[in-house]
Design a protein around this ligand. Sequence first.
Ligand SMILES: [Cu+2]
Length: 143
Amino acid sequence: MRRLLQTALLFLLGGLTVTAGFARLLNTSRTDQEVQVIAMSAKKYEYSPSPIRVKRGTRVQLRITALDRTHGIKINLSPDGSDQKNDSGLIFSSNNDDCFKLEKGIPTVVEFVTRTPGTYSFHCCNRCGIGHGGMKGQIVVEP
Ligand SMILES: [Cu+2]
């Protein structure tokens, strides 16, 4: 009877250890998902900094402030040169992954997780003047 109790206790402890292990595993992956905040500015006709370099598997939060007037930002979902246009390499937190409007002086938060290495181009999507078409930048996701 005593032996049976010991065995049961052993099983219980084993189970607890496994559970703790799993919890730690989950915690680790959560730590990997810590947000990398990058402050960015937009003005006629450039974004700064650009290119932005981040590692694959990072949760990135761009905090973009337009300095001189309203601009916008539209980030390509697939890397330059990719033919898989519907397989998105950047996973956005919000559904508004199209054109983010950047009001002058008010930081706009754009958050996404980098899934596939590559160069993701972005451009201004709010007509802002004669150089509007050339207002571009890049996010480089490193493996
Ligand atoms: Cu602009």
